[in-house]
Design a protein around this ligand. Sequence first.
Ligand code: AP5
Ligand code: MG
Length: 186
Amino acid sequence: MRIVLLGAPGSGKGTQATLLRNQLNVPHISTGELLRAAVAAGTPLGLQARAVMESGALVSDEIVLGMLEERFRQDDVQRGFILDGYPRNLAQARALDALLDRLNLPVDKTLQLDVSEESLLARLAGRATAEGRADDSPQAVAHRLHVYQEQTAPVIDYYQSHGTLVRVPGEGSVDEILERIIAALG
Ligand code: AP5
Ligand code: MG
């Protein structure tokens, strides 16, 4: 099963992908986590990405695509994958299609988690207190939501027109949402 998980910052992509990975026994590939690991390790890529991420803007398409290509070269993706955090704009959506075509690993389902802005803000404020992620400050959250509306939301229509999109209500308990996702995957 090859799944792309879409949704605004705080919509539960990471939470649900972690649970689904265990159910489906496929790797969870999060571009945000790959970038945060690079920042933590102080690699050249991490040094370049750090300030951009802290501001809530998008890291350049070129850097993220290079990182993703490297991840897709690992053998475990042959079993399938849950991709979280990519694509973030239409150029990335097209680049992903080209990459997956080349690897002969087309996407089966694209799931959009729909969550109200009020809930997104509450969840991210909660995580700021609990975990202190660098981009969960009020300024960075506001910028992330703006970038999402401007650049990422159009990706939903892209997948709608490709016929792989399913929208899943992303509010309620984590387990309820997981059940909806599993039902949507069929
Ligand atoms: P990324 O790591 O992808 O962050 P994001 O999209 O902003 O999303 P989050 O990880 O904050 O939220 P989530 O949807 O995973 O929700 P979660 O499960 O954590 O990207 C970070 C940055 O990296 C970007 O801003 C950009 O700079 C860069 N980047 C990444 N990918 C890129 C790309 N492709 N191109 C360019 N730049 C890129 O849940 C959030 C909180 O809510 C948690 O505390 C959780 O416990 C809680 N929660 C989850 N589910 C529920 C529920 N049902 N009820 C109540 N609380 C819940
Ligand atoms: Mg996440």
